[in-house]
Write a protein that binds this ligand. Structure first.
Ligand code: SF4
Length: 367
């Protein structure tokens, strides 16, 4: 038969030049990648590699590690070599670590022009070293560390100021015929951030790394990131994303993946269609949805599971999903691929759904 049409997206990707971060392409020819950053001291190589392994398992595509000292720089070669995903070294203040990270075999280096004194004078050497090693660069402008000259000129970190800094640094790299870089212009205010990226997107064909910086604890940071990324991704802007949360980095990856999946920019895996519950509910929908989510977490194939509180929308949604339950009278009608296969007591709903999910996985050759 006909291959299934790809799911619809809100806008075509903005066309960009294409760069590589190690094995991962970044630009409009590649899927949008998800990044995070380790929180372990980089000098603790084992802990850092352990965290990278956890991030990789969660679906992270690219990982960034901080490099604030010579000891951190010394840890980079082994981390870069042993990591399952490309490693970006994050450098502020000290250009010498940019060279160390390039020599260490990092896939890319993030530089913050606002935090590297006399950065402009060093661009030529950085471009040459990066070219020699096939390393790409992120020009990472950040509201909290904007170039003093621009801060003075604009009064504060306005979208115009962030973009002016980024475009200036980009022009320096391009003057030295270096083009393998992406740009970020992060701000903690989603409105300023979105305006900055919209403006930047008009200024050149650079791939863009999206981020709301210092977005806050998990709940607030998730919403700030989702709204800001949603506004940009729905216009086709953004080639790689990092959700910043004051929470473990695996949480950042989960949120990033969910944002992309919600917009059909990454294949959906487990998707729970659960109702908010209401006065008609005949089971504890929250508990059921949580238990089903926990029981099926880590499934690597697409599976849509409906968890519905009563018969109003229950059978309809359950029928549309791969798997579902519509509850009533302390019982659950279990649906598989649109058919009711059995009715079980409430206490057996979760285990039955998990069992049936495993059967589907087996049929798909995934188990
Ligand atoms: Fe309420 Fe039933 Fe709709 Fe759930 S499915 S929100 S319980 S009417």
């Amino acid at each position: 038969g006909m291959p299934a049409a790809p799911p619809p997206v809100l806008a075509p990707r903005r066309q960009t030049r294409q760069i590589r971060v190690g094995s991962v392409g970044v630009g409009s020819e590649s899927p949008i990648s998800v990044q995070s950053m380790t929180t372990t001291p980089t000098t603790d190589i084992n802990a850092t590699l352990q965290q990278i392994a956890e991030l990789t398992a969660a679906g992270c595509d690219i990982v960034r590690v901080a490099c604030p000292s010579a000891d951190d720089a010394e840890a980079l070669p082994i981390i870069a070599r042993k990591s399952q995903i490309p490693v970006i070294a994050d450098i502020h203040f000290q250009p010498k670590y940019v060279f160390a990270a390039i020599e260490a075999g990092c896939a890319a280096v993030r530089v913050n022009p606002g935090n590297i004194r006399k950065f402009d004078d060093q661009v030529k050497e950085i471009a040459q070293a990066a070219k020699d090693h096939g390393t790409s660069i992120r020009i990472g402008v950040n509201a909290g560390s904007l170039d003093a000259r621009l801060l003075k000129k604009h009064g504060k970190a306005t979208p115009e100021a962030l973009v002016e800094s980024a475009v200036w640094e980009a022009s320096l790299f391009e003057e030295h015929d270096f083009h393998d870089f992406k740009i970020s212009v992060k701000h903690n205010d989603p409105v300023v951030m979105v305006r900055a990226y919209e403006m930047l997107a008009e200024c050149g064909d650079w791939p863009l790394h999206l981020g709301v910086t210092e977005a806050g604890p998990a709940f607030q940071g998730t919403i700030k990131s989702a709204t800001a990324f949603g506004a940009l991704l729905s216009q086709g802007i953004g080639d790689t994303i990092r959700v910043s949360l004051s929470a473990p980095p695996v949480e950042e990856v989960k949120v990033g993946i969910q944002i992309l999946q919600a917009l059909n920019l990454r294949p959906r895996r487990l998707e729970i269609v659960s109702c908010p519950s209401c006065g008609r509910a005949q089971v504890d929908v929250y508990k059921l949805a949580e238990e089903v989510t926990a029981g099926l977490e880590g499934m690597t194939f697409p599976l849509r599971v409906a968890v519905m509180g009563c018969v109003v929308n229950g059978p309809g949604e359950a029928r549309e999903a791969d798997l579902g339950v519509a509850s009533g009278n302390g019982k659950g009608q279990i649906f598989v691929k649109g058919e009711v296969i059995k009715t079980v007591p409430e206490s057996e709903i979760v285990e039955t759904l998990i069992e049936e999910a495993m059967k589907i996985a087996e049929e798909m050759g995934e188990a």
